[in-house]
Design a protein around this ligand. Structure first.
Ligand code: ARG
Length: 461
């Protein structure tokens, strides 16, 4: 068959079952524009090496341009008999350039170095799109933080009321995690910017082709220094899948909070209609499906990573056909995030916070107990004792079903002579928040400095 790239040493054709198993055009076709870009660069180094004359190079490039246009318009697609994108595009090239010229392009390259290179090109482009989507979510969190700066909420550990924090502080905690994900994508790109093209099947080329010229034309920083590594390694793919999974996990943690914040019991947020769904039976329902799908898709992204790692484990050097299984997980990871990120950033941007409720709940559940203990420390009481005394106040208040500020001066004096009426200065949310003014703390001024720092790191990504 015309799309076949091999066959000379075989007496018969492949079994239908093998052909069906072998086929990858249904998922590798998205690499076609990258394959053609690689072919252009390869044609130029064949010309430089004296293997294509001036006229042949012009003819080759013209045929590749025609093929590119036909692929993009959909006029040229993979045939049922094509094994993979590379074989199909060689068939398309030969149809346009004729067999004498079209048959020359394959010299000095292999599908093994091609596929390793094209995958990197694809992922580098999509890492940029994903980074933009993550940054849009960071921007939405920052905008909400700025809009609500000064609003207190219950800070939690173990999901229990712990200490009051600023809502802006809480939202920015998610923003920092996502900013690091963007930084990870950028750092990953340095390792992805090495081109395997020119590695051939595994050992390099005998034809005097310049791998760095190809690398440069394809936007890489350099060509690989080891052709075996270039064709056999997929750690760069796995690292991409890891960062994608981490982004999924970070979006899932935001989403989980949005889901319970939107419950009747919490009532911290109202979801915008544009980012909620209804029920087919219960007319009153307004469901947080964006957040639930984000939480669900995190599982899928983790699966993409673990599936790929399992494929790589135990593979001897160099290329093995198992590596054809590298593409679907990373394509799925990119597709998933590109679908998810606009929905999550839109959901976050349009959240309406119930600030009265957040503020009134902020000190409840004895969330100011640490403030009493730390106030006692400032009066010279050892923290061990201060912790016990504050705990005694909590026990007294809890027994009476009241909050710490409802206890009288006499109640406090009865617990300890150190608990003078002045302790009331820390029994307010403002006092509690304002006292945590160290770098990274939740005091309004510390959070303002945090916002500046985050802003400047955002400018350098
Ligand atoms: N389609 C293969 C892949 O995705 C590339 C072809 C390599 N095939 C081979 N027989 N060496 O990895």
């Amino acid at each position: 068959n015309e799309g076949a790239l091999w066959g000379g040493r075989f007496a018969g054709g492949p079994a239908d079952a093998l052909a069906a198993l072998s086929k990858s055009t249904h998922f590798d076709w998205r690499l076609a524009p990258y394959d053609i870009a690689g072919s252009r660069a390869h044609a130029r180094v064949l010309h430089q090496a004296g293997l294509l004359d001036e006229g042949e190079l012009k003819g080759m490039l013209a045929a590749l341009d025609q093929l590119d246009a036909d692929v993009r318009s959909g006029a040229y697609t993979a045939a049922e008999t094509d094994e993979d994108v590379h074989g199909s595009l060689e068939r398309g090239l030969i149809e346009r350039a004729g067999p004498r010229l079209g048959g020359k392009l394959r010299a000095g390259r292999s599908r093994n170095d091609q596929i390793a290179t094209l995958g990197r090109m694809y992922l580098r482009d999509h890492a940029r799109i994903i980074a933009q989507g993550v940054l849009a979510t960071v921007d939405a969190l920052v905008a909400q933080a700025k809009e609500h700066h000064g609003v207190a909420m219950p800070g939690r550990t173990h999901l229990q009321h712990a200490q009051p924090v600023l809502l802006s502080h809480h939202l920015l905690a998610h923003a920092w995690a996502l900013l690091r994900d963007v930084q990870r994508l950028q750092d990953w790109d340095k390792r992805a910017a090495v081109s395997p093209y020119g590695s051939g099947a595994l050992a390099g080329s005998s034809l005097g082709l310049d791998p760095n010229a190809v690398a440069e034309e394809l936007g890489f920083d350099s060509a690989t220094w080891n052709s075996i590594d270039g064709t056999a390694s997929r750690d760069v793919f796995a690292e991409f899948a890891w960062v994608a999974a981490m982004i999924g996990v970070d979006l899932s943690r935001i989403s989980e909070e949005v889901i319970f914040w939107a419950t009747k019991e919490f009532s911290f947020v109202t979801l915008d209609d544009a980012y909620s769904t209804g029920s087919s039976i219960m007319p009153q329902k307004k469901n947080p499906d964006v957040a639930e799908l984000a939480r669900g898709k995190a599982g899928r992204l983790i699966g993409d990573l673990t599936g790929l790692l399992a494929t790589l484990k135990g593979l001897p050097l160099a290329y093995n056909r198992d590596l054809q299984e590298d593409k679907e997980p990373v394509f799925d990871a990119a597709d998933t995030l590109e679908l998810l990120l606009p929905a999550v950033s839109g959901m976050v941007a349009t959240l309406k916070f119930n600030t009265d409720r957040l503020e009134s709940l902020a000190p409840q559940g004895f969330a100011l107990a640490t403030d009493i203990a730390e106030w006692l420390v400032r009066q010279g009481v050892p923290f061990r004792d201060a912790h016990e005394l504050s705990g005694a106040a909590v026990q007294l208040a809890e027994g009476r079903g009241v909050e710490l500020w409802d206890l009288s001066d006499e109640d406090y004096a009865g617990i300890s002579e150190h608990l003078t009426p002045q302790v009331r200065e820390v029994l307010t949310v403002e006092g509690s928040l304002g006292s945590r003014s160290s770098q990274g703390g939740t005091a309004p001024e510390a959070v303002a400095r945090q916002l500046e720092q985050l802003g400047s790191q955002l400018e350098s990504v």
